[in-house]
Design a protein around this ligand. Structure first.
Ligand code: PNS
Length: 159
């Protein structure tokens, strides 16, 4: 069975993430979606809320496992899960430099773990941070986040 780790903050999951997971399932038999809990960014949603939104959006597929990733290196977590591929989405040229650095740092840390990039396609302009900004200002989120995420964002911002 081929598998990949798709790790991130998912604060919150967007339809861009959903699209990468669905594309990833064309290439891999299973995907472990790992929520990074000790992110340097201060998250809007708790880990439990982020996992609930992930479960709702992609947890119905038996090929998708949702897990949390509390500490340590991503490559070590991947090894622990028996997976040798890190899956990342690329939206625009702006993502490239940071992603290239991370992929090469991960290769330096463990040559046996490879990073595979997938293109974000229709959702190239969607990021969790822009979604939160739009939500905080009452913007239209339809089609760019799952319904539960939209509901939870509206509740967070008292709308
Ligand atoms: O959603 P994000 O914030 O872009 O995800 C970034 C993530 C989780 C992939 C990255 O921060 C990460 O891999 N963190 C784990 C720590 C680690 O392994 N660092 C060295 C690799 S560059």
């Amino acid at each position: 069975m081929s598998g990949a780790i798709y790790a991130g903050s998912f604060d919150p999951i967007t339809n861009g993430h959903v699209s990468i997971i669905n594309s990833g399932l064309v290439a891999f038999d299973r995907i472990i979606v790992a929520v990074l809990t000790n992110t340097k960014k201060s998250p809007l949603f708790s880990v439990a809320e982020r996992i609930e939104m992930l479960e709702d959006a992609v947890g119905g597929d038996p090929r998708v496992e949702i897990d949390r990733f509390d500490q340590g290196l991503l490559v070590d977590y991947a090894r622990k899960k028996g997976v040798r591929v890190v899956l990342r989405g690329l939206r625009a040229v702006g993502d490239f430099e940071h992603e290239l650095q991370m992929a090469n740092m991960n290769r330096h840390l463990d040559e046996g773990v490879e990073t595979v990039f997938l293109m974000a396609n229709d959702f190239f302009y969607v990021s969790s941070s822009l979604v939160k900004e739009a939500a905080s200002l009452g913007g239209n989120l339809s089609g760019i986040v799952p319904e539960l995420v939209e509901k939870k964002l509206r509740a967070k911002f008292g709308q």
